[in-house]
Design a protein around this ligand. Sequence first.
Ligand SMILES: [Zn+2]
Ligand SMILES: [Zn+2]
Length: 156
Amino acid sequence: MLRGFQTALRMIYPARCVSCGDRVDSDFGLCGPCWRETPFIGGLVCDLCGTPLPGTTNEGASVHCDDCMTIPRPWAQGRSALIYRGNGRKLVLGLKHGDRTDICHPAAVWMARVAKPMLTGTEVLVPVPMHKWRYLKRRYNQAALLAQEVGARLGA
Ligand SMILES: [Zn+2]
Ligand SMILES: [Zn+2]
């Protein structure tokens, strides 16, 4: 039923790249060129903030970037899905200030992918609250939308 509905919906609204708007094969994704231009983070990363570091993997190692060695962090572990530049910055700004709530879906997929190895299955996801005036201006809390989508993916 849902699949039939999605197919019917796609005939009316073909799937579009969330970055450039070109047609794509799957819903809520990036086209090939935008995927290549989006700075996804992989390999060795800082265990506290997720900044990429020179190296290939974190397997068994907890390494920290210069910033996290200098500035104490009030959390135990952190990851990032994208570097905040180029297409990564464009997507974040679209979600934060451009009413592009459709970006939540792919962003949650990318966030869940990098978060999953850290989780034990007992976590609670808590979005950063938004001041009521900002909420009234924006009409949604993008952190809450992301938390719902990530939580649905991770069963948290
Ligand atoms: Zn695109
Ligand atoms: Zn760091």
